[in-house]
Every structure is written in structure tokens, then in C-alpha cells.
Design a protein around this ligand. Sequence first.
Ligand SMILES: Cc1ncc(COP(=O)(O)O)c(C=O)c1O
Length: 380
Amino acid sequence: MEFETLAIHAGQEPDPQFGAVMTPIYQTSTYMQDGVGKARQGYEYSRTRNPTRLALENCLAALEAGKYGLAFSSGMAATDTVLRLIDSGAHVLAGNDVYGGTFRLFEKVLRRYGLTFDYVDTTDPENVAEALTPQTRLVWLETPTNPLLSVTDIGAVAEAVHSHANNPLLVVDNTFATPYLQRPLELGADIVVHSTTKYLGGHSDVVGGAVIVKEVALHDRLAFLQNAVGAVPGPMDCFLVLRGIKTLAVRMDRHAENAQCLVDMLSGHDKLARLLYPFHPSHPQAAVARKQMRSGGGMVSFILKGGRSAAVRLAEATQTFTLAESLGGVESLIEVPAAMTHLSTAGSQIAVDPGLVRLSVGLESKNDLLQDLEQALDKA
Ligand SMILES: Cc1ncc(COP(=O)(O)O)c(C=O)c1O
């Protein structure tokens, strides 16, 4: 089956009891057993297994061309659980402009448990090959990145990582691209991570995360951790993500179409110092983006010549774009990463330019979005 069909049907059968077409929300923590230790169809307790969650997990696996999906209560919970695959003393190599929350988890939490981290510019796969050490057990990639939209060649990095003697795990955070635009497991990654809060949920009404893998042994270790650590989503949240996923393909097409329209207006605008969009010819990795992604997606970033004060004035002057953190919903959002989502990176090696503005381009009319951004730029 093709993507659009899988998005609507994978993992989801009409309910056998009443024929409900939509997956029921099994709002239960526990399940009646037919005898001591005789659970029905393996359902004992909802931290371990829940039918609504299982439908979501199977759907995610199908969309990412993986075999197994695991759902979590947030993208950070998914990230944290993946990092628990490796032991104290291990080295992790990560991209130097990963999401600020990922950086915070690595630096402020996991370092305390004896993991070590290095950050390199993964847009050059040579940098990854050179920075791998005998202790490296995991390589963490984000592409496109939040908020700079840097693009890394997943296939080239997979080759470098898997030809290293230790064969570290290659993890790709696919939140910005979604499986509709890019499928890292097909390009050689071992693990895909998502914040389902974003495009997969798609309506800014749920916080969630996911991990998808191909190999049973990796799945079993992660499923053990998912249950042992317990950062699982509730059934209602799983239902919301499942419902969001059904329209992912049409939403992503329109997000990209609207983003391209704004990019055309922003390109060469005299208030911009730099425009960042993966499919724009000025993007340093535009060729890689076109090779591994179906479209440039719905995120657009740019740096204003006027720096922080211009960025703040712009973000406070929009009307159709809502000033808010997060991304990937049907509504357009605007933010200033250095002062909002990426505040935790201030003063660090991955700090972002104070004049950077990030747009999550929604599904409103192109004309309204254009007009709003133009009038706000006039005030910046
Ligand atoms: C690329 C990326 N990964 C992970 C996360 C964390 O996800 P969550 O907020 O669902 O915990 C985010 C959140 O913004 C993100 O943008």
C-alpha cells in the first residue's frame, strides 16, 4: 500500500465488537484475566500494552518503513528512552544544532549518569567519521534541524557510522520532515525518533513522541525500557495522533506549498540577512535536501539584519501568525528561538542567532499569510 493509504488504515481494523470504523479509545489501566496469569491477548496493564496505543505504534511503523513502533508521552520521553539503550561511560556524537531540549537533556541530565557528548557539524559526513571514538555507541542526527533547517545526508552518515568498528546506533530525529517527506530507516538509520506533538498530531492539541525501528532485538530492548521507565502516552493522546496522521500527506503538501509562497516573497527581501529553507537554491545543502526529501516542508527560518530587536518587533506584529512555541499544526506560528524555544542553548556552543525568526507555516490562505508577514516586516 502507498503512504496515503497506510496513513489512514495501517494498524487500524474496524472494531470487532461493534464495527466502529475509528479506533476505540481504550481508556482503561487494567484488563480482566481469564485465570491467574491468563491475560487476554497479552493485555495485562496499560503501561505495558494498550490497544489504542498499539494501533498508533503499528501505524507509525508502517509509515516509517520500519517493523516496530513505540509511542511515548512526549518527544523528549522518546529521546530519553532511546538514550537508555547505552551504558554509563559511552560516548554520544550529536549534530551541533540539535533541538534545544535535546541538548538540555544530554548536557544537564544525562551527563550526570556518565554519558559523554560531542557535537559536530553533521552536514559534512567527514566530520562524523572523524569524531567517532572507540567509546561511541550512538550518533544522534536531526535533519532538517530545529531551528536552522540544516540538512544532513542520512545515507552518507549511515555509511560512516556503520563502517566504524563499534557499529554505533544511528538515530534520526525525523520530526521536521515526517515520514511523508523522508524515511531515514530506508536510508540506513537504525532508529527514528519523533515528537508527534508536531506534524504527526498536526493540530496542536496533543504532546507525544515515538520511536520506530526495523530490528526485533532493538525493539525488544526498547519495549522493555518503555515499560520499565513508563513514559507512555494515554489512550486519548494516542487516538489524537492517529487521527492527525490520517491527513498527514495532504497537510504536508499544503504546508510546503504555502511555505514556498512565503519563501518566494522573503527571498531577496531587504530586511533579511539570511533565508533558511531546505529547497531554496541558496541553502547550502539544497542538493542533499532534494535527494532525500519529497519537498522542502513547512518550516521557514530567517535572520533579520536588525538583530534581536527587529526579530522581536516582527514576531509581536503578526496577526494571522500566532506568537507561540511549537510547530507543525494547521495554524501558522511565529517565534524567536533565541528568546523562546532555544533559550536553554544561550551561551553554549549551539546558541542561535538572536535575530533568527522561525515560522511554522500553516494551512491558512496564502494571501492572508503573505499579507500578514509583509505588514509585520514593514514594522520590524
Ligand atoms: C526536532 C524536535 N525533536 C524533539 C522535540 C521534543 O518533543 P516534545 O516537545 O514532544 O517533547 C522537539 C520539540 O520541539 C523538536 O522540535
